[in-house]
Design a protein around this ligand. Structure first.
Ligand code: GDP
Ligand code: IMO
Ligand code: MG
Length: 428
């Protein structure tokens, strides 16, 4: 089964990095298809613990090619720091890491705009990662963005930067009461990035096409999750890219019919960072307990993550919109000491019972309808087959499968690369 899209099934941080690192031992190529360094994909393997923001999570497998696709937005300093970290471990990146010429660049002024707009919201910010994500995608859509390929075309670049500096300066001085941008400063930054990133920048289209032609095993690595997708998420509490596998088609250059599997990644519970509705959020002891046991603190911003029970309505909605063929349920082990565990199977909105995700304002008012299941109260960390799990844990997983309507192929029982149960014949 050569091409698998790895897609967040909840509000992000589901364990996509771990899933990709685990599956990449069998993959010829991993392509990141959306988002930027708002991502924090944690990987724990024989080299240590890493939080990757931009590098595809297959980077630790030296025989796997890694591609940053056109749908990704690149902060050069963050990327270069990650490359240096991986190289320090003795893992080469030259000749196996490729950045697409079409990927857009994040400039310091994008980050500043993100910060200033969040500050302008006063007491009700969106809670972005302040990495300049919406400003860079806004520039992309407005067709004034700078792409990695532009770094290699200096005369063209200078002209673009002069226009951008003039237009953005009007905004910075007029609206933000901030100092103007200098085209020369932007150009110097670009020249530095061109020197250091140049060897990695290429048209990735022929590489990806060749991999498809040769029927190579490919993983398409998504950022964030469906509930924060620009179109299908809880707008405006979303990111500015497409987190769905359709985003992988556009953002990696893969025709839809070539995606053979869509692996939705969920946790056994729900977490979110940033503002917006989260119906199953637990404010109190149980939420704190999940946060402590699951170490639920943001990989990018260190913010405590909001924690709550598994939201079966949101996960089913995600499965429908994204077309999951398989589901991964991570962090089952976090419930090892729980006496009782809940799953939301519907929402109540006034007199109505809902089985789908409503408009954002209504989502903020729904009350989850829970089913309660008994815990298992034994460690699951060493389980490697479904039958190694206690019967209550199997019943919990089985119920998630029914509620979401997708077969569970992977169960996480710890943060390490091999702390996983493959639970479907033929997977991976
Ligand atoms: P991502 O953004 O989807 O890659 O997820 P994050 O890396 O932000 O957050 C997932 C966290 O859960 C990381 O700290 C992982 O190391 C950890 N993790 C992933 N799978 C498991 C699991 O099955 N059990 C435990 N205990 N931790 C896990
Ligand atoms: P990974 O890939 C969790 C959240 C932010 C905010 C909203 C918009 O690790 O799952 P943005 O900076 O994108 O404009 O913020 O999305 N957010 C994430 N939450 N994991 C992420 O990435 C996230 N990337 C953005 O907290 O609510
Ligand atoms: Mg994360």
């Amino acid at each position: 089964m050569p091409v698998t899209a790895i897609v967040g099934a909840q509000w992000g941080d589901e364990g996509k990095g771990k899933v990709v690192d685990t599956l990449a031992s069998r993959a010829d190529m991993v392509v990141r298809y959306n988002g930027g360094n708002n991502a924090g994909h944690t990987i724990q393997n024989e080299h240590g613990t890493f939080r990757l923001h931009l590098l595809p999570s297959g980077i630790f497998h030296a025989a796997t090619e890694c591609v940053i696709g056109p749908g990704v937005v690149v902060n050069p300093a963050v990327l270069l720091a990650e490359v240096a970290e991986v190289e320090r471990l003795g893992i080469p990146t030259a000749g196996r890491l490729w950045l697409d010429t079409r990927s857009h660049l994040i400039f310091p002024h994008h980050i500043l705009m993100d910060e200033l707009e969040e500050a302008a919201r006063g007491g009700s910010p969106h809670g972005t990662t302040k990495q300049g994500i919406w400003p860079v995608y806004a520039d992309k859509a407005a067709r004034v963005g700078i792409r990695l390929g532009d770094l290699l075309e200096e005369s063209h670049l200078r002209e673009q930067l002069e226009f951008i500096a003039a237009r953005k300066s009007a905004l910075f001085e007029g609206v933000y009461r901030h100092e103007p941008l200098e085209a020369e400063t932007l150009l110097r930054a670009c020249q530095g990035w061109a020197r250091r990133l140049g060897p990695y920048i290429t048209d990735t289209h022929p590489l990806v096409q060749e991999a498809l032609r040769a029927d190579r095993t490919m993983l398409l690595e998504g950022q964030l999750g469906v509930m924060r997708d620009l179109d299908w998420g809880l707008y405006p509490f979303v990111t500015s890219s497409t987190t769905l596998p359709g985003g992988a088609c556009a953002g990696a250059g893969i025709p839809p019919h070539r995606i053979t599997r869509v692996l939705g990644v969920a946790k056994a519970y729900t977490t979110a960072v940033g503002a917006g509705p989260m119906p199953t959020e637990l404010r109190g002891e149980t939420g704190d307990r999940i946060r402590e046991l699951g170490q639920e603190f943001g990989a990018t911003t260190q913010r405590p993550r909001r924690c709550g029970w598994f939201d079966g309505v949101a996960a089913r909605f995600a499965a429908e919109v994204a077309g999951f063929t398989h589901l991964a349920v991570m962090k089952l082990d976090i419930f090892d000491t729980f006496e009782r565990i809940r799953i939301a199977v519907a929402y109540r909105l006034g007199e109505k019972t809902l089985h789908t995700v409503p408009h954002t304002a209504s989502m903020a008012r729904v009350e989850p309808v829970y089913e309660e299941l008994p815990g298992w109260r034994v460690p699951t960390h060493d389980a490697r087959r479904l039958l190694d799990l206690p019967v209550e844990a199997r019943a919990f997983v089985r119920r998630i499968e029914e509620v979401v309507g997708v077969p569970i192929a992977m169960i996480g029982v710890g943060p390490g690369r091999s702390d996983v149960i493959f639970s479907q014949e033929g997977f991976p």
